[in-house]
Design a protein around this ligand. Structure first.
Ligand code: ADP
Ligand code: ASP
Ligand code: MG
Length: 418
């Protein structure tokens, strides 16, 4: 059999019939080059949002199983459309839902993890000369219920299939021509990187650069999947995720990521005992709410103040839970802010350099931007700022760390693509 390439096309790449025709041409061209192709598609752009809004308008708290049954249909529309276009051109294609493609997940609806891909059925299609066109973002639980993988989950579907089938390359086609030093929509001076190390890509994705879903990068790292991000609108080599350790050649800071969907909660005046964190975090974990940053400091008298951040979507639920905990622990007050954002600078080159943090804080101070929370690791520094300062913070840090693309000052990488 020929070598295999997995090609995933995101929402803007399948936004309408013209875009789907463009996808069809890319797939046909790859076949012409002699490869077998497995295609993974997202829903047409805006469609998943529309379905989520429908669910939220229908009822206050949609049942998780039915939510997944609903939001998974966007992908089913695009795979059927592309398959009929390919068939119409004489290319044997076959649309496959997550269940039909043997994508087995756990039972955590809305954020399910892929546990296994029963690849035999996909291999069978390939052996029969067909092009499997698989719905991203969805799978099936062992009980036979439809599950979804969280926003941006089609990336993970594609990487997981590429890993399970040991594809030559997993290509993520999107609306930018690669991974940039920062989101080119927010930082117009951002530059495309020819390659990025897995470690840096992991940080970029988990800190908000949605060009690749976080979990897809984790998967890629675990199975060393050759992974490339490229544009479905402009030809080019894109950005390759690399696995070698090339720390020596790397600049201090390679990229700036941010996440505006953050919220902060603080429990003030909790009587100090050893297990304050677990009494607060336990009930949140039970409700499947992910906690990001955590800060505990001493309050008045023998009390502590406990601050943490969550995804903005979980803010209301987390506030309700925290109010119950506050009563139980006789804490003084719960406060929160859901208009905050996290800005992070990332670089494996930071490992051996002191003073990066100081540059971050003095740059932000010069711009008059207050920092509410800070976390650091060997290769990243994250700060929480008011959401209204997000763009200013990202752009000024991009400049101060020498990432600006001077030559392309007038170039807008996004609007020139479509
Ligand atoms: P798709 O629908 O193809 O999955 P996404 O919207 O999920 O596309 O991801 C692509 C978007 O990611 C780009 O349009 C860009 O705005 C954003 N993005 C954020 N950070 C980066 C980055 N560092 N490099 C490139 N794109 C980025
Ligand atoms: N359609 C899903 C979403 O919008 C999955 C994806 O596009 O990757 O989140
Ligand atoms: Mg995406």
């Amino acid at each position: 059999m020929a070598e295999l390439i997995v090609q995933k096309f995101g929402g803007t790449s399948v936004a309408n019939l013209e875009c789907l025709r463009n996808v069809m041409r890319i797939v046909i061209e790859t076949r012409r080059q002699g490869y077998d192709v497995v295609v993974v598609l997202s829903a047409m752009s805006g469609e998943t949002d529309r379905l989520i809004n429908l669910a939220k308008t229908a009822v206050n708290e949609p049942d998780a199983r039915e939510y997944d049954a609903l939001v998974s249909i966007g992908e089913q529309c695009s795979i059927a459309l592309l398959s009929m276009m390919l068939l119409d051109q004489g290319y044997p294609a076959k649309s496959m839902t997550g269940a039909q493609a043997g994508i087995i997940t756990d039972e955590i609806h809305k954020k399910a993890h892929i546990e296994e891909i029963q690849t035999e059925v996909i291999w069978q299609e390939l052996r029969s000369g067909r092009i499997p066109v698989i719905a991203g973002f969805q799978g099936i639980t062992p009980e036979g219920d439809i599950s979804t993988l969280g926003r941006g989950g089609s990336d993970t579907t594609a990487v997981a299939i590429a890993a399970a089938m040991q594809a030559k390359e997993c290509q993520i086609f999107t609306d930018v021509d690669g991974v940039y030093t920062s989101d080119p929509r927010v930082v117009p001076q951002a530059r495309r990187m020819a390659s990025i190390t897995l470690e840096e890509m992991l940080e970029m994705a988990s800190l908000g650069a949605k060009v690749l879903q976080n979990r897809s990068v984790i998967f890629a790292g675990k199975y060393k999947v050759p992974l490339r991000v490229l544009s479905s609108f402009t030809p080019g080599p894109g950005t390759l995720i690399t696995y070698e350790d090339i720390t020596m050649e790397k600049p201090l800071v390679s990229g700036i990521a941010f996440n505006r969907s953050e919220a902060r909660l603080t429990l003030f005046g909790v009587p100090a005992t050893a297990n304050v964190p677990s009494q607060i975090l336990g009930p949140l974990a039970e409700a499947n709410i992910d906690i990001d940053m955590i800060l505990q400091n001493s309050g008045e008298g023998n009390t502590v103040n406990f601050t943490f951040t969550v995804n903005r979507e979980d803010y209301q639920q987390a506030t309700n839970i925290l109010e119950r905990i506050a009563q139980k622990l006789s804490a003084k007050e719960v406060t929160g802010d859901n208009k905050i954002a996290k800005v992070s600078i990332i670089g494996v080159g930071m490992r051996s350099h002191a003073g990066v943090a100081n540059t971050v804080f003095s740059t932000l101070a010069q711009e008059g931007i207050a920092v509410h929370l800070i976390t650091t690791s060997e290769i990243k520094i994250s700060v929480v700022v008011d959401e209204k300062y997000l763009e200013l913070a990202a752009r000024s840090l991009h400049t101060v760390f020498g990432l600006d693309n001077e030559l392309r000052e007038e170039f807008d990488p996004v609007s020139t693509l479509i």
